[in-house]
Design a binder for this molecule. Structure first.
Ligand code: PEP
Ligand code: MN
Length: 264
């Protein structure tokens, strides 16, 4: 179902009446890794909107590598995201980590994220395949492109065709970056699938300084969107501070990105 052989024209996934991913417009989703409190998420939402982002991101259920790390505010986090949407008008994407909470997360959010750690959680993939909300499917950190497409197939074969693929870096021998952002996945996926492709330079590199250049490169390579971590005070972030941009830096990135997007 994801294959270009089945459908030649690129898919445009509708998020709201006024926003779609996969069309002409580059869509930028930005916000903190985790929702921490009301002030933090609302301040983030206002800042990313002012910079030109079209969507807010923020984790309420966090799939942390360690069980002792911050696990997220859960439903309270979803409520705060909804409040931020009310204030700014930005639709939001947030992660769902288990089949039992899919309906809850879907009842608040505009798009559901399947994280890298759950990219082959087939029970979860099937469950989000049964709902009527767009799915941002992240590539697992050790997944081949073919396996990635098979995960999309798990969602689509249950009925939900609104799938957006997200490259967020894969594990290699390199340790200078958190992951190795596989930008070649953009042209490779474009040759195989009609689904839109979003790049996550934040998890892809793990360092705020590398986010802007990888964002420009992603746009030049044909990405349909970007998902970027932005935090009002990264030093104090509950998760992923080192890879989070301050609002001012994100604003500068967005201004420059427009030039690349026009040229692409
Ligand atoms: C995230 O988006 O904060 C996240 C946990 O991403 P990933 O699943 O790509 O690690
Ligand atoms: Mn994160």
């Amino acid at each position: 179902l994801a294959s270009k052989e089945v459908k030649k024209e690129p898919s445009v996934v509708r998020i709201s009446d006024t926003l779609a991913i996969g069309g002409k417009e580059l869509v930028v989703m930005a916000g903190p890794c985790s929702v921490e409190n009301e002030e933090q998420i609302i301040e983030s939402a206002i800042a990313v909107k002012a910079a030109g982002a079209q969507m807010l991101r923020g984790g309420a259920f966090k799939p942390r590598t360690s069980p002792y790390s911050f696990q997220g505010l859960e439903e309270e986090g979803l409520k705060l995201l909804a409040k931020a949407r009310e204030i700014t008008g930005l639709p939001f994407v947030t992660e769902v980590i288990d089949p039992d909470s899919v309906d809850l997360v879907a009842s608040y959010s505009d798009m559901l994220q399947i994280g890298a750690r759950n990219a082959q959680n087939f029970a979860l993939l099937k469950k989000v395949g049964q709902i009527n909300k767009p799915i941002l499917l992240k590539r697992g950190m050790s997944m081949t492109i073919q396996e990635f497409l098979m995960s999309a197939e798990y969602v689509m074969s249950e009925g939900n065709q609104s799938v957006i693929l997200c490259e967020r870096g894969i594990r290699t021998f390199e340790t200078a970056t958190r992951n190795t952002l596989d930008l070649s996945a953009i042209p490779v996926l474009k040759s195989k699938t009609h689904l839109p492709i979003v790049i996550d330079p934040s998890h892809g590199t793990g360092h705020y300084n590398y986010i802007a250049p990888m964002s420009y490169a992603a746009v030049a390579a044909g990405a349909d969107g970007l998902i970027i971590e932005v935090h009002p005070d990264p030093e104090k972030a509950s998760s992923d501070g080192p890879q989070s941009l301050k609002p001012k830096k994100f604003h500068a990135l967005m201004d420059r990105l427009r030039l690349f997007a026009e040229a692409a």
